[in-house]
Design a binder for this molecule. Structure first.
Ligand code: SAH
Ligand code: SF4
Length: 352
């Protein structure tokens, strides 16, 4: 039987070093390979010319560097690029590159997927409508980053705001972050990474202790338990009061500001009482800001965007809360938040 090759990107530098010691090779070879893959973006062992031919043969026998196929690359008028990537088991994920120009400088932010689909079933979200297929591996999370960087140039920031719930795939997301931020490889700064979560409480404690400098964004969207249970049925067992205890812990331990994401949906969560409920909750946190998110159209979902974005923002501001109204980019190519879905029925309707 043909031996299955393994994804070398699943291994941290330490693990790769151990592997080389086990097979009687010099551990510094691991650093060479790490540099070649993560810095130089070499995706074929035979192109790592500093390695002896025998070692290249051995590596190529046992490992692969990339396994995905780039199915499409679509650009929107605001220069966002949506990559549709297929893994060998035919799983499709989307990765979105967002270009932001401020003060004459362009920053590339990459929105990474952490799962194929999502189990949380949020009523407003295209990914939620697909259901859950599987977690992405460490290597598959990293692969999205490597492909985007090879094609589109240097990435400045990463946000885990693509498909899936990153904290439901905690260990793989954590290890992918460790590898991408390893100074011997790509060395992206931990502070350049945002994890967005719908609120998996135990993992918020864990990430506070284990991956400190990473920034946290919480998809809250409702300030009362009843409303949140309606909008985000998969989160029913994660109570808002317990979530806010975890957020206080994160604030205290890291000193980082938490971003609260609040999607404004017409006649669902956009009236005066909703704003007041939100303010009351936010007052319990020391470092917090709010992104009011414009609702993006999703096929088969009847919600509408709210016309009260400015009014809602003013109420928060008057109560001393820092707030920004956000229109996600790439809406016309369905690359905006909540529009990522690779299930044809859900994704195609709004394709340009
Ligand atoms: N599962 C994580 C990471 C995905 S982030 C999380 O929910 O935080 C995707 C972001 O897009 C979340 O803030 C989500 O609430 C938001 N979103 C989902 N559906 C949307 C829609 N239709 N319009 C705008 N934003 C949406
Ligand atoms: Fe999953 Fe986040 Fe979408 Fe909810 S908003 S279904 S948690 S991806």
């Amino acid at each position: 039987m043909k031996k299955m090759k393994k994804d070398i990107k699943n291994l941290s530098l330490e693990e790769l070093k151990r592997h080389f010691i086990e097979i009687g090779e010099k551990p510094y070879r691991a650093e060479e390979i790490f540099r070649a893959i993560y810095k130089s973006k070499i995706f074929n062992f035979y192109d790592i010319t500093t390695l002896p031919k025998t070692l290249r043969d051995a590596l190529d026998n046992q490992f692969f560097i990339t396994s995905s196929e780039l199915i499409s690359k679509r650009k929107s008028s605001d220069s966002s690029i949506k990559f549709l990537i297929k893994f060998p088991d035919n799983s499709l994920v989307e990765t979105v590159l967002i270009k932001d120009t401020a003060h004459g400088k362009t920053r590339n932010t990459l929105c990474l997927s952490s799962q194929v689909g999502c189990a949380m079933k949020c009523k407003f979200c295209a990914t939620g409508q697909m259901g859950f297929t599987r977690n992405l591996t460490v290597g598959e999370i990293i692969e999205q980053f490597l492909l985007a960087e090879k094609i589109a140039g240097k990435i400045n920031n990463i946000v885990f705001m693509g498909m899936g719930e990153p904290l439901a795939n905690y260990e793989n997301v954590k290890k992918a972050i460790e590898i991408i931020t390893d100074n011997k490889g790509r060395g992206l700064g931990k502070r350049k990474i945002v994890i967005s979560t719908s609120g998996i409480i135990d993992k918020i404690y864990k990430l506070t202790d284990e991956i400190k400098s990473v920034k946290l964004a919480i998809s809250l969207h409702a300030a009362t338990q009843e409303k949140r249970d309606y909008l985000m049925p998969g989160l029913r067992n994660y109570k808002i009061s317990n979530l806010f205890e975890a957020l206080k812990y994160y604030n205290r331990k890291t000193g980082n500001t938490i971003t609260i994401e609040y999607l404004l949906i017409k006649d669902v969560n956009d009236d005066y009482k909703d704003a007041k409920d939100l303010i009351k909750l936010l007052r319990t946190l020391k470092f917090v800001k709010v992104n009011l998110i414009h609702f993006n159209r999703v096929a088969h979902i009847d919600f509408k965007s709210s016309s009260r974005e400015k009014v809602f923002a003013e109420i928060l501001k008057k109560n001393g809360i820092t707030v920004t109204i956000r229109h996600s980019k790439g809406e016309e190519i369905s690359a905006a938040c909540g529009q990522l879905a690779t299930d044809k029925n859900i994704a195609t309707k709004f394709k340009a």
